[in-house]
Design a protein around this ligand. Structure first.
Ligand SMILES: C[S@@+](CC[C@H](N)C(=O)[O-])C[C@H]1O[C@@H](n2cnc3c(N)ncnc32)[C@H](O)[C@@H]1O
Length: 456
């Protein structure tokens, strides 16, 4: 029929990626939660699912830089492009600049997508993508980023797609070393590895690695590196012999359990337990040592997750605010873990949208909560007992400043203990102590921070 509009039928992997990216922006969804549901709905598996995942995660991670490039090619800020066309363009620009998809295929598939989600913007999208396509990513970065020599932090923020305040925070935590900061930013843009924790007393890491076709971890005696796939379906995970947990999280939880302690060692407290990853490891270790774990979690559904994660372990879960402890808890515990709520800047690999959502204004309320929880831990631990303060953020305000301020304001006698000897012998790059900062680019783990304190 003359004049008929060609039926707009974008291919399913690109459709899935579009739906996921749109849900992240429109509904505040998390890509790691929303994408699997979309893949299931569209019945995408194997290579199609992998392509949809690559597009979703890639477009979200690189969003800041893609937006500058799209804005330059369009001659207007991306904020002035309607959301459906904007998200489709992000996916198209990602394909052009970061994948081996041939340019003509990236352009025509994206234009098809725009035709179905923003029909009025088809010509505009076509023109923008044709403007972007002839130049490489490096050429575009040279065009839209300030020169490194003039403003290295601003340059890195564009070149490696992180907000400037996060680049600055990483650089400060790395002692101002911009080469190392660059390595970290590059690592943040990689696909994160999946690690299992072989629960002590229930599984052996070497045997588990064999069972799942993975490899034993480089540092944690419990870690297994998975080659890929859906870890939740593994028999070892279903049967409670193992759980999914970053190797860095295993190391900091095990460090608390292994730290030398005089006197009683039977009552352990996990003050921020949900969803129960570290409680799972502490509970398994406590079972071997005749100790018991009390796990506190303020969010009810997360408290339920802790119960599920610790079934059959000597763990009691309390659904309450860790800052308002019952009188019986004061001075009652030998070891206390505070795995505090934080910005999560140490696990940006796992949450592709998170770097753009987080704001510096998140820091004051979080650091207040961290100090209050740490103060509560100082109250709960007995004299001579140990407190481990952990964050999955390397931001100095959430690590050193929180620990120093909480100790100073508590009025209680607490002293930092050198945590480095509690990490596996020979583990490189642990710094000058007494605290420990792990890094994705140094250790292949999330950027976990650990401070160990002893109450006098
Ligand atoms: C970083 S997460 C803990 C992760 C956990 N330890 C694990 O390894 O799976 C912080 C947890 O603290 C909880 N939380 C936040 N405020 C709290 C409070 N005032 N008391 C107790 N838990 C709190 C959050 O709901 C969240 O589950």
């Amino acid at each position: 029929m003359r004049g008929a509009v060609r039926a707009a039928r974008p291919d399913l992997p690109r459709r899935a990626a579009y739906e996921a990216v749109a849900a992240v922006h429109r509904d505040g969804a998390y890509a790691n939660l929303v994408l699997p549901a979309i893949l299931r709905d569209l019945r995408l598996h194997g290579r199609d699912a992998a392509f949809a995942t690559e597009l979703t995660y890639g477009a979200l991670r690189h969003e800041g830089t893609l937006d500058l490039i799209i804005g330059a090619a369009a001659g207007r800020e991306v904020a002035r492009i309607d959301p459906p066309a904007r998200d489709a363009l992000r996916l198209g620009a990602y394909q052009l600049l970061h994948t081996r998809v041939p340019a003509h295929a990236a352009v025509s598939a994206t234009v098809d997508l725009v035709r179905s989600v923003a029909p009025g913007a088809t010509g505009f999208a076509n023109a923008v993508l044709r403007e972007i396509a002839p130049q490489t990513l490096d050429a575009w970065i040279a065009k839209v980023a300030p020169p490194y020599e003039e403003d290295p932090v601003a340059h890195l923020a564009v070149a490696d797609s992180h907000p400037q305040w996060i680049v600055r925070a990483f650089s400060e935590a790395l002692g101002g070393d911009l080469d190392e900061t660059t390595r970290l930013l590059i690592e943040d843009n990689q696909r994160p590895p999946v690690h299992l924790c072989a629960r002590p007393g229930r599984a052996d890491a070497v045997e588990l690695a064999d069972e799942v076709g993975g490899a034993p971890g480089a540092f944690s005696p419990y870690a297994v590196y998975l080659p890929g796939g859906a870890p939740g379906d593994l028999p070892a995970v279903v049967e409670g012999r193992a759980h999914v947990q970053d190797e860095g999280s295993q190391l900091v939880a095990a460090a608390l359990a292994q730290a030398p302690l005089d006197g009683a060692d039977a009552r352990w407290l996990d003050l921020c337990a949900g969803p129960g990853g570290k409680t799972g490891l502490l509970g398994a270790l406590a079972a071997q040592r005749g100790a018991e774990v009390t796990a506190v979690e303020v969010a009810e559904h997360r408290a339920r997750l802790v119960e599920q994660a610790t079934r059959g372990m000597p763990v009691t879960v309390l659904h309450q605010d860790g800052r308002a402890l019952d009188p019986w808890m004061e001075g009652a515990f030998d070891r206390v873990l505070v795995d505090a709520p934080c910005t999560g800047l140490g696990s940006l690999r796992r949450r592709p949208e998170s770097r753009w959502r987080r704001q510096p204004s998140d820091l004051p309320p979080l650091t207040r909560l961290q100090r209050e929880l740490l103060r509560s831990a100082f109250t709960a631990v007995r004299p001579g007992g140990l407190v481990a303060y952990v964050t999955c953020s390397p931001h100095l305000v959430e690590t050193h400043v929180t620990v120093t301020e909480a100790a100073r304001r508590s009025g209680l006698p607490v002293d930092l203990v050198d945590a480095r000897p509690l990490l596996p012998a020979g583990m490189p790059g642990l710094g000058a102590g007494p605290t420990v900062q792990l890094w994705p680019h140094r250790h292949g783990t999330d950027a976990m921070f650990l401070a160990l304190l002893r109450r006098g």
